[in-house]
Design a protein around this ligand. Structure first.
Ligand code: PLP
Length: 402
């Protein structure tokens, strides 16, 4: 029998759960893009987008996904032959490096592997090895969605300052914006990229690049900048069409308006604390499951280096795939595939999965996902240690209080 009928829960790290309020806001006739209400709505988005990123700088919006804003950031930051230093803690850092290399940027990659945080000593050494300051920008992820490693962005900035290297700092927050604490200005970040479909709770199709005044000035002559990707008219546009370099993403704008209202009404500190608590709920369950089966474990050993929006884990092949399929087909919870751990043609691929706790999620969804995973382990005879559900409930109880 299946128990999957009822409301399904897509617990993959993007696209994330769409709030009904966001969907309802989008359900309308096409608006006039030449005048009218849409203009005021769009004016209201910019301060809120800046608030979510923690910046007083500028923001440019693109009709595109995360890959699009990687390219947007590259095009605005670099000239052909400029050098980038990419600090990779998983597949997405490598992805940004590849997108830069493909357009003629010289890319040096410091690859910290698939489950370790970056080694700040090696970052310092790489910056010191560049006394001529050829590195124009340092590119990294706040949370790499494949490994679920979280980078301490403030600590990275401190290393750059210690060395006195003038490179710009550019951070991919696609998996963490609106989930993990992020303070672009306070942490000295020059460029931030994010997309609509993860913590920002809006369908895939919009991406954002925030940039500081320093980044604006330092990149004014970047020759990879083409009219479509140029962030200047998108951020400053005197005419409405310039904000999008063409037709506005009309319905996304209504959805985004509602999502930003939801985030700011809850309050960013509360949003971050909710993600932290729900992440710890999942982690508590894993700690118990692993205690009875060492093949089960979280990818990132130290909680301090784990993203709060998604948790990568191993179950021993083929059990991760078996468990994912059971959870989806028998219980209506779709878990994420393991990404970047093994090629899909390798049997080892079936040993990895990810649990998202990103965006529009609450205690009953996360507790439900954890309980469904345990039911699947029982049904599929996957050995696991006891006590996970009680431990998960205790984290929720402690977080929510009386
Ligand atoms: C999802 C994601 C991307 C890619 O975004 P797309 O919308 O799939 O192009 C890039 N970086 C990170 C950290 C992500 O989580």
């Amino acid at each position: 029998m299946t128990l999957a009928n009822g409301r399904a829960y897509l617990a993959i790290p993007g696209p994330s759960v769409m709030p009904d309020r966001v969907l309802a806001a989008m359900h309308r006739a096409a608006p006039n893009i030449y005048e009218g209400d849409l203009y005021a709505l769009v004016d209201s988005l910019w301060p809120d987008l800046k608030a979510v990123a923690g910046t007083k700088g500028s923001v440019a919006a693109y009709i595109g996904n995360g890959h699009a804003v990687w390219e947007a950031a590259n095009a605005n930051m670099f000239s052909r032959g400029d050098k980038a230093l990419v600090l990779a803690t998983g597949q997405f850092g490598i992805g940004w490096a590849n997108s830069a290399r493909a357009v003629g940027i010289e890319v040096e990659v410091l690859d910290f592997g698939k489950s370790a945080p970056m080694d700040m000593g090696l970052v310092e050494a790489a910056l010191r090895a560049d006394p001529a300051h050829r590195i124009k920008a340092v590119l990294t992820t706040q949370v790499d969605t494949a490994s679920t490693i979280r980078t301490d962005v403030a600590a990275l900035r401190a290393v750059m300052d210690l060395v006195g290297h003038p490179a710009l700092l550019a951070v991919d927050c696609i998996a963490s914006m609106g989930c993990d604490e992020y303070r672009m200005d306070d942490w000295g970040v020059d460029i931030t990229v994010a997309a609509s479909q993860k913590g920002l709770m809006t369908p895939p199709g919009m991406g954002f690049v925030w940039f500081s005044d320093k980044a604006r000035a330092a990149t004014a002559a970047a020759d990879l900048r083409s009219p479509y990707w140029d962030w200047t008219p998108r951020a400053d546009g005197a005419e409405f069409w310039q904000l999008w370099n063409g037709t506005a993403p009309t319905h996304h704008l209504y959805g985004l308006r509602e999502a930003l209202t939801m985030i700011l009404d809850e309050g960013l500190p509360a949003v971050w604390a909710r993600h932290e608590c729900l992440a710890r709920t999942v982690w508590a369950a894993f700690d118990c499951w692993s205690s009875g089966n060492p093949a089960i474990g979280m990818n990132v050993a130290d909680a301090a280096h784990r993203g709060r929006s998604v948790t990568a884990a191993r179950f021993g092949a083929p059990h991760a795939t078996r468990l994912r399929q059971w959870c989806e087909h028998k219980a209506g919870v779709t878990l994420g595939i393991g990404l970047g751990m093994a090629p899909s043609s390798d049997p080892a691929y079936h040993g990895f999965l990810r649990v998202a706790h990103m965006g529009h999620v609450n205690a009953h969804m996360t507790l439900g996902a954890v309980a469904v995973m345990e039911a699947g382990m029982i049904a599929l005879d996957i050995p696991h240690g006891p006590g996970a559900l009680a431990a998960a409930a205790a984290v929720v109880a402690a977080g929510a209080g009386g």
